[in-house]
Design a protein around this ligand. Structure first.
Ligand code: PMP
Length: 407
């Protein structure tokens, strides 16, 4: 049968992501991969979680093994409100401002459903987080992209593009500005305080929403936590997306939407048609975990581990890359990623063929360009490989760069 005739427009457009295709090679023996953006499993509090899981299944079975509400677990909402106050200094919210999702990936997909039509425009960053791109692409809307600098979105470009859209009479089509403020995926960059304020001013001027996606904010290695856009601009303007994936365990699949209650209500209605509810079991496990343990204390060793791996990677860059003319990298002050940019003329997707031979893997920047254009950059994740592999991997990568540069 010709399935294409049966598929929807969306069905026909669904393609395997570049990352998935490329990372197939990364599992061969002796490969060193900086590709995957997943946390180190040794950071998962498995003993604590398994004890709590057994207890809640035994004692709270009528709740945890049952369907839950679409909004999610009220016990977890209570804990989340505490955490929002503790992490972001956000208070004055109640449980009507929170909804739990199956990972924040689902929140991105719901944001697409709730806000975007084919004629809509979303302002996104370049590089653009791939998960958000695949969620928003399902709506066939247009992206207007704004380049990232070491301290986040280029706000002059943002201003210029918004002005142009306004002059063309298209500003009403712009639904939101999507930003990852801390330790960007893929770019590692953190949005400076001045730029946070400027983005808010522009959003206010043109009456736009901001979607602030912050999975990594708590994983800060040094320096002061910067105020969230949500804290600075308030819930009328900003929808904050959060997740337990990088600070507890991604397998729990718990994300959170924090927003004005009218918007939360809409997201709830959209979620009903998606999965009715997220698992009560994992939400209650997380709620009991947060009740018993101080999350900030618990993640201190994780932060230390990632910081030391970041240091190893940056040191290896300094040692092996310093004689490669025109190369630069982002020095991330938290999170899981750094972003290496090679001189003009390099195409890291094409270079991947050499990397495959030398058994070192990264994610080519092209996976994150909003329009699938070639890129001289690559995402390098430092959280998984052991220190000695980080050094060996950077050494191999230098050979890859030199070999590609010679051709
Ligand atoms: N947003 C960003 C910026 C991410 O990096 C990730 C995870 N890679 C997600 C959202 C989704 O995370 P999850 O669905 O596991 O909560």
């Amino acid at each position: 049968m010709n399935y294409e005739l049966k598929y929807s427009k969306l069905g026909n457009n669904l393609k395997s992501s570049l990352i998935r295709e490329l990372l197939k090679y990364a599992s061969v023996p002796n490969a060193i991969s900086f590709g995957g953006g997943v946390p180190d499993p040794e950071t998962f509090p498995r003993h604590e979680l398994s004890k709590i899981a057994a207890e809640v299944i035994e004692n709270e079975y009528s709740y945890v093994l049952q369907y839950s509400t679409t909004e999610g677990d009220l016990e977890l909402a209570k804990q989340m409100l505490n955490l929002l106050d503790k992490i972001y200094g956000i208070n004055g919210l109640d449980e009507t401002n929170i909804m739990f999702t199956t990972g924040s990936q689902q929140a991105l997909e719901l944001a697409g459903k709730v806000f975007l039509d084919e004629e809509s425009i979303a302002i996104v960053e370049n590089p653009f987080y791939l998960g958000a791109a695949s969620a928003f692409r399902m709506r066939f809307s247009k992206f207007v992209s704004v380049s990232l600098e070491d301290d986040g979105m280029n706000v002059e470009v943002l201003e210029k593009k918004l002005k142009e859209l306004d002059e063309k009479g298209e500003i009403k089509k712009v639904k939101f500005i999507y930003v990852i403020p801390n330790f960007h995926n893929p770019a590692g960059a953190t949005l400076s305080l001045e730029k946070r304020k400027r983005i808010i001013e522009l959003a206010e001027k043109y009456d736009l929403l901001i979607i602030e996606d912050d999975p990594y904010g708590l994983l800060r290695f040094e320096g002061e936590h910067l105020p969230s856009l949500f804290k600075l601009a308030g819930k009328e303007r900003v929808i904050l997306l959060n997740t337990f994936s990088k600070i507890l365990a991604p397998g729990l699949r718990i994300g959170a939407v924090i927003a004005d209650k009218e918007i939360v209500r809409k997201f709830v209605l959209a979620k009903q048609g998606t999965d009715l509810c997220s698992p009560a079991l994992t939400q209650r496990i997380a709620a009991r975990y947060l009740e018993r343990y101080d999350l900030i204390e618990q993640i201190t060793p994780t932060i230390k581990l990632y910081k030391s791996k970041r240091d190893t990677m940056i040191k290896a860059f300094e040692e092996y890359f310093s004689d490669i003319k025109g190369i630069k990298w982002i020095y991330p002050s938290g999170g899981l990623f750094t972003w290496v940019t090679l001189p003009e003329g390099f195409d890291t997707l094409e270079m991947f063929e050499i990397a495959k031979k030398k058994l070192v893997f990264y994610i080519p920047g092209q996976a994150f360009t909003p329009d699938d254009s070639k890129s001289p950059s690559m995402r390098m994740s430092f959280c998984l490989p052991p220190h000695e592999k980080i050094i060996e991997g950077v050494k191999r990568l230098k050979e890859v760069i030199l070999e590609y540069g010679r051709n």
